[in-house]
Ligand binder design. Sequence first.
Ligand code: GCO
Ligand code: MG
Length: 412
Amino acid sequence: MLIERADVIITSPGRNFVTLKITTSDGVVGHGDATLNGRELSVASYLDDHVAPLLVGRDAHAIEDTWQYLYRGGYWRRGPVTMAAIAAVDTALWDIKAKVAGLPLYQLLGGPSRRRCLVYGHASGKDLPELFDSVREHLEAGFRAVRVQTGVPGLDSVYGVASSAAASVGEPGRYDYEPARRAASPAEESWDTRAYLRHVPSVFEAVRGEFGEEVALLHDAHHRLTPIQAAKLGKSLEPYDLFWLEDVTPAENQEALRWVRHHTTTPLAIGEVFNTIWDYQHLVREQLIDYVRSPITHAGGITGVRRILDYAALYQVKSGMHGPTDVSPVGLAAAVHLGLAVHNFGIQEYMVHSERTREVFGPTHEFAQGGLRPSEEPGLGIHFDEELAAEHPYEPAYLPVNRLLDGSVHDW
Ligand code: GCO
Ligand code: MG
């Protein structure tokens, strides 16, 4: 079974997605997600101009060899663009292999290790009443774990917090946000770390007071803190028993987490911007973190992430794969198949895609009892509607840029 074609499809049903479609000589089709938020066209070009021509004529079953061919053979290793492109090829080939076997993908990855994958949703609000509404909506919808983000007094807007004015009351998910905004250039937001550090513990105290001890609570600091600020935050949140505290420091410096770890018992998660196992080398071996965050879409596909998770398992570190709306339903489906199969699954991020997005991708995984279960159809369980996809052309959209109050660019 040879690869006959590899086509890149860019579609924007509410937000931009890049999908790779591989077709074999026997007419079997597989899909992979290559969406890199705000840099979509560079991955599309990498695939179209440099990878697709190399795939034609290759053995569609040789997944590991194709991974190594694109990773080692490309000479320029790693990086988000390269690893998103490899991820799309890898995922599409696993989809094909599972379809040919007539099995849902998780069966090829070792079969089920659990009944479903626990997920967390995104609750947010600019103030406590809005945040409480959002947490309540999530719990009523069946979530058992929620990420909690709020506005900070004195700051106009904070990334990860929906502006309630933009959504109509009564619409599910009205306190949800979209990571990228459609515009020719990124929006700019301002940030004050001291105000944030003063405010966040009081938010978790209030949420625990209102919703009790059982619900799992998570928080994302978006790489904005220094190690000592992060240590202080972790310590101040200990009474509220977080499931995890995410991305406390910029991710390039693995040693920063050593400082944080020495000061707090709040569990730590990091890695949504990592793209290979090497980014976790010290973090995992020194047991500086509890959860690895790389999604299949950005870290070399199922092959790349499974390798990271096997390494992590040696040190009791679990999965917490990135799953915002900018990971497409194809990437999410792959995550749920892998999550069901691996032993060291922890939790899956699940920011529900818009209805328009779901119409284009036709995912068939199922949410119930606070968790996702993969489709039982052969392959990933995706029904991609190309005609509908073509009705939604690409539109530039960017993540915001973050500045401190003095105007200098800050991490986020
Ligand atoms: C998360 C995030 C996202 C990212 C976004 C980047 O934890 O889901 O941090 O909001 O910022 O996906 O593209
Ligand atoms: Mg995050």
